[in-house]
Design a protein around this ligand. Structure first.
Ligand code: F6P
Length: 322
């Protein structure tokens, strides 16, 4: 391969820039040129390409977001859109791709490989940590620490006012962020899509905790744990008990900020390994890290197999909430 492309797609995640830097510098070390594709698949269709050399990725390892911009492209969902993208890649002499993103990104990559024989290797970039084949995704650790900082602050005011707070965290259909910040933030209840908890159970837990002398509570709610999220869950609990509470939706602050050391190292490692794997001739895989080792997982498995939540941590959270 003489020239490869790199792009970020789907929701941005802190550490994506560290991944781009690793791709560019690893490829340069192997004598391969890199082209940055702006705005994910949307930019691929429009031919928004920029040459990236080692100096172009200086000073980005610490920056949140993605210098290449990102998008969720509707046009790429159609065969025509993908054919146009393939044409633009061929015109620019791009012979393979490193795709940084989540499940939507990898589904798109599978189509490009099947329909146009363009080699693609993925690296997992999403705060949700919901990809099979890697212990952690790039951005998850930073998002957890950002959410945790917010929860610690909310706990101060919750304790001062003797209040209950329902705090909604991101994660789409997965509860990885909620479980981690719930434990680290000492939540009384953690509501996860994988382990549903009913309004009645939450009401009982709050009642019990007040009987034990607690005067404030933090309920962490994964956005996918209850239809309508934390606000609707609070309303349901309020309907049962009349409890007063405040609801905070942390939202997109979880996607921003400078990546943690852990995310920078993970992104550097995965970006470098993905580039080598692609250049050596392998396609259709996601590079992950499992128990500290670099692993290759078919893109199809990465998006179709369900990554299990750690039930031991769910039990731990319950046992420590008392
Ligand atoms: O996949 C990352 C994520 O932040 C999810 O946690 C969340 O559900 C979604 O993206 C939000 O998407 P958008 O930025 O398009 O509102």
């Amino acid at each position: 391969m003489k020239r490869i492309g790199v792009f970020t797609s789907g929701g941005d995640a802190p550490g994506m820039n560290a991944g781009i830097r690793a791709v560019v510098r690893t490829a340069a070390g192997l004598g391969v040129e890199v082209v940055g594709i702006r705005r994910g698949y949307a930019g691929m269709i429009e031919g928004e390409f920029v040459p990236l050399g080692p100096r172009d990725v200086a000073n980005i390892i610490q920056r949140g977001g993605t210098i290449l911009l990102t998008a969720r492209s509707k046009a790429f969902l159609s065969e025509e859109g993908r054919a146009k993208a393939a044409e633009k890649l061929a015109e620019a002499g791009i012979q393979g791709l490193v795709a940084v993103g989540g499940d939507g990104t990898f589904r798109g990559a599978e189509r490009l490989i099947e329909e146009h024989r363009i080699p693609v290797v993925g690296i997992p970039g999403t705060i949700d940590n919901d990809l099979y084949g890697t212990d952690y995704t790039i951005g998850f650790d930073t998002a957890v620490n950002t959410a945790l900082d917010a929860i610690d602050r909310i706990r101060d005011t919750a304790a001062s006012h003797e209040r209950v707070f329902f705090i909604e965290v991101m994660g789409r259909f997965a509860g990885f962020i909620a479980l981690e910040v719930g434990i680290a933030g000492g939540a009384e209840v953690i509501a996860l899509p994988e382990v549903p908890v009913s309004p009645q159970e939450i009401a009982d837990t709050i009642t019990e905790s007040f009987k034990k002398g607690k005067r404030s509570s933090i309920i962490v709610v994964a956005e996918g744990a209850y239809p309508g999220g934390a606000q609707a869950l609070f309303k349901a609990v309020h309907g049962l008990t009349g409890f007063e509470a405040r609801v905070t939706v942390l939202g997109h602050i979880q996607r921003g900020g400078s990546p943690t050391a852990k995310d920078r190292v993970l992104a550097s490692r995965l970006g470098a390994a993905a580039t080598r794997t692609l250049i050596e001739g392998t396609s259709g895989v996601m590079i992950g890290e499992v128990e500290g080792e670099i692993t290759l997982t078919p893109l199809h498995d990465a998006v179709s197999k369900k990554k299990p939540i750690n039930l031991e941590l769910v039990d731990l959270a319950r046992s420590l909430a008392g």
